[in-house]
Design a protein. Structure first.
Length: 102
């Protein structure tokens, strides 16, 4: 809803245009290379950053990325921003990790 509001679109129109159904949930559509439909490849920034969903807010602190040191290393290889920038304390990481289970 937050993204639809930021785009000034009715929720149903937003869902039809920008999401796909996966089981009982909805997920943002992606380009064929895996980039989110709201990722601007030219500027390397999210076009809806201030209204991004929890899944994005909690990246890269997902269980799938933190399970093992090798998983974290792979994450940093796939996303060069991971492992750089602000240093998070373990309690912040765990809070984000427990928000979304991926």
């Amino acid at each position: 809803q937050a993204i639809a509001d930021s785009l000034r679109m009715p929720l149903e129109e937003f869902e039809d245009q920008y999401t796909r159904k996966i089981g009982a949930r909805r997920s943002l559509k992606e380009f064929s290379n895996g980039d989110c439909v709201f990722f601007d490849n030219e500027t390397r920034k999210c076009e809806v950053y201030t209204s991004r969903p929890n899944q994005c807010k909690t990246w890269p602190f997902w269980n799938s990325n933190l399970r093992t040191p090798d998983d974290w290393e792979r994450t940093c290889e796939e996303c060069p921003g991971s492992g750089t920038g602000k240093l998070y304390q373990i309690d912040e990481i765990e809070e984000r990790r427990n928000t979304v289970k991926i």
